[in-house]
Design a protein around this ligand. Sequence first.
Ligand code: ADP
Ligand code: MG
Length: 268
Amino acid sequence: SPPPSERAKPRVIALANQKGGVGKTTTAINLATVLAADRRVLLLDLDPQGNASTGLGVDRAARGAGTYALLTGDRPLAELIRPTPVPTLSLIPADTDLAGAEVELVALEDRDRRLRNVFTADAARLAEYDYIFLDCPPSLGLLTLNALVAADSVLVPLQTEFFALEGVSQIVQTIERVRRALNPGLALEGIALTMYDRRNNLSELVAQDVRGFFKEKVFETVIPRNVRVSEAPSHGLPVTLYDSRSPGAQAYVALADELRRREKVRAA
Ligand code: ADP
Ligand code: MG
């Protein structure tokens, strides 16, 4: 393999939205899994609830040290990386201490750039990955801020429901603030419409509204509401492995394709 200096940097993509239950974790797990078919991917669980860890088969009892130890500098990154059911997808789980991190980080030096500093310090180790996904908690506190400061781009999952546009302005403003003050390179990767219900006219109206406002920033692929998606985490598997033929799994394959197509367009 080429020396570290010649390897490309991994693309760091944060999944963020201050609302809970909009599909951040599901999108993180499944995009990471689909891209891992021919890329090396690392997922960091930055939500104290640890749903990304559970959803990839690392139960609460088995969690041990993870992103809390990473942010506080208690453990080196290499010691925290765990395997998942997907061979080329690795995970840094949420440790149980992460719940205290929002409060404890306040007192630490560089409190909003802890993660970025780790990525810089461990750049050689991380160069073996093509993508790093950051699954954020449902708030705009210090954990999400650390993710946005360390990321190249943000992907905002948006539940296709009536107040969708009102909720999204807060995260978009936060992205703009981070860009001005802390991470000028931060891009909006895109907005992904989730839990779309074909039988409900409201879903289509909301989708049109969001596209009218955010234009091409909205992914063409919409993720349908699909019971297989909600079943998969209890089996410790991404839906793309649990039931690869389900509409939810196929939508995530399409979303990953679209993400790659957009990357190529940007690079050209
Ligand atoms: P967040 O991380 O934003 O809180 P999750 O990804 O955990 O959201 O999703 C919230 C809940 O909705 C979870 O129980 C998840 O399994 C379920 N869910 C997510 N996407 C879908 C979908 N497309 N269809 C059905 N259920 C879904
Ligand atoms: Mg989540």
